[in-house]
Design a protein around this ligand. Structure first.
Ligand SMILES: [Fe+2]
Length: 233
């Protein structure tokens, strides 16, 4: 698939050993090599910042990233950058105070996620605070939230939140609900960026061949690919 040629991934869990993503640097390097073969040129690593990983904070993750980057520097040509994926939970405001690791160099775009099952109390207020600080919330994989209906998506867009699609949502990695929602949101131009949200290589290898897209959807994907590059540059 030549879609990956020159691509920049803005969401993945390749920083090893810090969350539910890749467990070892060796496995991460194996994935990086695979992605390099596909033509991927840049990746933003976005480890989880959430209650489940209380040890992850700005300083610790930055140190882990620098160690990983020097470890793989000689073996991998993909350019790596660090950001975070911030769960809108009880720890969110602490990470806010420490300073978010943002998707862009200008420090504006914050990748945020909610629980899959429910829109918890306080989420709207936290996102309001993010906007008030002149930061841009980017909602990670909105198609994956089971509670979310069309109303939610329109409301979030009205509030100027940006949306990031998980590519493999379209292929069934997260079930039929996410398939339907991702195709709807893609066709209707809701998305701003695209990411792999890769936690391991197996889903990538299993579901990528399952992707079935219309011409209109493919055009949309290329638009997102260009937007991704603007975040990285
Ligand atoms: Fe993620």
């Amino acid at each position: 698939m030549d879609f990956f040629q020159g691509a920049c991934d803005v969401h993945c869990h390749l920083l090893p050993g810090v969350d539910d993503g890749f467990a070892t640097a060796e496995k991460s390097l194996q994935a990086l090599k695979k992605l390099e073969e596909h033509g991927v040129e840049k990746m933003i690593l976005t480890p989880h910042f959430m209650k489940d990983y209380p040890l992850n904070n700005r300083a610790s993750i930055m140190a882990e990233f620098e160690a990983f980057r020097s470890e793989v520097a000689d073996s991998c040509k993909i350019e790596l950058r660090l950001a975070g994926e911030y769960m809108l939970d009880a720890n969110f405001m602490t990470h806010f105070e420490q300073g978010f690791l943002t998707l862009d160099k200008d420090g504006k775009h914050v990748l945020c996620e909610t629980s899959y099952l429910m829109y918890e109390q306080g989420v709207t207020e936290m996102l309001y605070d993010v906007m008030c600080a002149e930061l841009q919330p980017v909602i990670a994989h909105p198609e994956r939230y089971e509670y979310a209906k069309k109303d939610n998506y329109y409301r979030w867009k009205d509030k100027s939140y940006e949306f990031q699609l998980n590519l493999l949502s379209l292929a069934g990695t997260y079930g039929q609900g996410a398939v339907a929602k991702s195709h709807y949101l893609l066709k209707n131009g809701f998305y701003d960026y695209i990411g792999s949200d890769m936690h391991g290589l197996s889903n990538f290898e299993r579901f990528l061949p399952e992707l079935r897209l219309s011409t209109k959807e493919i055009d949309q994907l290329y638009r997102l690919k260009e937007n991704n590059k603007r975040l990285f540059d």
